[in-house]
Design a protein around this ligand. Structure first.
Ligand SMILES: [Zn+2]
Length: 254
């Protein structure tokens, strides 16, 4: 079994064939899919998908780019989803200094508040980190919330090492299939026990499907790339990254 630990299959581009998307994933061995919210509206969509498909789980949280348009009572709204048996984590939260769609100060406030909420509920966080490594790290230290994953890891080996030392995991997308050898070094050096895999569908479609909509079944191509660089069999990478996901998102086992 394989887990796609991060995707957004609630967007309109999946409306027509969502049944096929989920079934094709299952046929490809991707038997569990975590649908990640970026705001309260998409959390509702994740919830609906998780009700419809037994293989779909969810997270709830406010993405850094969405923090500018969040209601004052947003933490309470998030809490409404946290006890749900298929809510496996809090996210996606974080900081994005590449696009800066929201004021960095506002981003940091929401990031810390949500880290603290996740800690109170003993849920893992799913963290988006784009050109914001230092503040991401500082927020974790400040909130003492060290149960989380840096999703779509784009940092260097030093950041990976630093964040893993305080208890975090890192997760890779199809990005590693079309950026040459950028991530070869970090993947070779980081122990497999700290690595998870995801598609981030509909984004970051792996080679050779660049230009098409991404789907959870394509997480196999991320595993394939890791297998090449680690010089280990596909099945071993699949088995170990799946175990990591099941241990990390413990509510996937309920
Ligand atoms: Zn995402």
């Amino acid at each position: 079994m394989i887990v796609d630990t991060h995707c957004h299959i609630y967007y309109d581009k999946y409306n027509k064939d969502i049944n096929d998307v989920v079934n094709n994933a299952i046929d490809a061995g991707v038997k569990k899919i975590i649908c990640v919210a970026v705001n309260l509206e998409t959390a509702e969509k994740c919830f609906n998908l998780s009700q419809k498909f037994s293989s779909v789980y969810m997270t709830v949280g406010i993405h850094p780019s969405e923090t500018g348009s969040t209601p004052n009572n947003y933490l309470k709204e998030i809490e409404n989803f946290l006890d749900y048996k298929k809510t496996v984590g809090l996210g996606e939260i974080g900081l994005d200094y590449h696009y800066n769609f929201s004021n960095p100060k506002v981003q940091i406030k929401h990031y810390i508040e949500q880290l603290e909420l996740a800690k109170a509920y003993q849920l893992p966080t799913v963290v988006h980190c784009r050109e914001s490594e230092n503040d991401i790290y500082d927020g974790i230290i400040k909130s003492k919330s060290n149960y989380g994953v840096i999703h779509c890891f784009t940092g260097n080996y030093d950041f990976a090492k630093k964040i893993i030392e305080i208890g975090y995991k890192i997760s890779f997308t199809g990005l590693i299939t079309f950026t040459g050898e950028t991530y070869k070094d970090v993947i070779k050096k980081i122990d497999l026990s700290n690595i998870m895999v995801e598609t981030d569908s509909p984004y970051l479609t792996p080679k050779p499907y660049r230009g098409k909509r991404n789907e959870p079944k394509n997480v196999r191509l991320v595993i394939e790339q890791i297998s090449k660089w680690k010089k280990l069999p596909f099945d071993e990478i699949a088995r170990k990254t799946t175990n990591n996901a099941l241990n990390f998102f413990s509510k996937l086992n309920d």
